[in-house]
Design a protein around this ligand. Structure first.
Ligand code: 13P
Length: 260
């Protein structure tokens, strides 16, 4: 039996256009309704689409997440959208540390830490994404990388805040958008070690209450086996979140691991 309520979130990335985002939003309501009693479900549209899709997503019972947010409220940061602004637009959580931001947009550990703390300090949830690149995995450094990214982003975080609002997403970089997925056992091993790091940073009780999502080519075909692992508490879904039926199948699999 899972002790943690599963949390499955769709990261739409820079994908659907205005009409596509509206259509996806409309389709998600009925597709997900049967499962919302037992699973927390979130969707992260682009910042631009948060005002057009957010109210309907929330009406359908989903949590709205921002894909990114800059620390603070206002200021001279051309092109950025602040934590306060995404909150005003109805976001209840923010993704931080996503591998595309770390490795494509070159975000540093320091900026990931600032964003993580800013989102949590503003009263929002935060899904902190961590994970190793293929060369780090091949060098046997998966756990070391995960530990470093966790310790760096969470240094100085209040335990009560972590317990209430933090989620961790383990997303091996080599599995994102590639169709390659971590085996359930490899993912479980990584999640178990991540939980041990959280226990060291906070306490075992808090570590046991923090949800750890798996992300990286999670699909209807592999979701049930991954989600059945004791330390995999949900998913952060990219490609498969862009089709309501595929996303709903993953959420259904998450609902299936919750004890009646
Ligand atoms: P894919 O599901 O497309 O591999 O993306 C995962 C991801 O990066 C979610 O944040």
């Amino acid at each position: 039996m899972g002790v943690r309520r599963p949390f499955v979130a769709g990261n739409w990335k820079m994908n659907p256009d205005y009409a596509g985002a509206k259509a996806l939003t409309e389709a998600l309501g009925p597709a997900l309704a049967p499962y919302l009693g037992s699973v927390d479900v979130g969707a992260c549209p682009t910042h631009l689409h948060m005002p057009s899709c957010g109210p309907d997503l929330r009406k359908a019972g989903l949590l709205v997440g921002a894909q990114d947010a800059y620390p603070g409220t206002t200021g001279a940061f051309t092109g950025e959208v602040s934590v306060a602004m995404v909150k005003e637009c109805g976001a209840s959580f923010v993704l931080t540390g996503h591998s595309e931001r770390r490795h494509v947009l070159m975000e540093t550990d320091a900026l990931v830490r600032e964003k993580t703390h800013a989102a949590l300090d503003a009263g929002l949830g935060c899904v902190l994404c961590i994970g190793e690149k293929i060369e780090q995995r091949e060098a046997g450094k998966t756990d070391e990388v995960n530990r470093h990214q966790l310790e760096s982003a969470l240094a100085g975080l209040d335990e009560a805040v972590a317990k209430e609002r933090l989620t961790v997403a383990y997303e091996p970089v080599w599995a994102i958008g590639t169709g390659k997925v971590a085996s359930p056992q490899d993912a479980q091993d990584a999640h178990q070690k991540i939980r041990a790091v959280l226990a060291g940073l906070f306490s075992q009780e808090t570590a046991d209450s923090i949800r750890i999502q798996y992300g990286g080519s999670m699909k209807p075909e592999n979701a049930a086996e991954l989600l059945a692992q004791p330390d995999i508490d949900g998913g952060l879904i990219g490609g498969a979140a862009l089709k309501a039926d595929a996303f709903a199948s993953i959420v259904e699999a998450a609902a299936g691991v919750v004890s009646p």
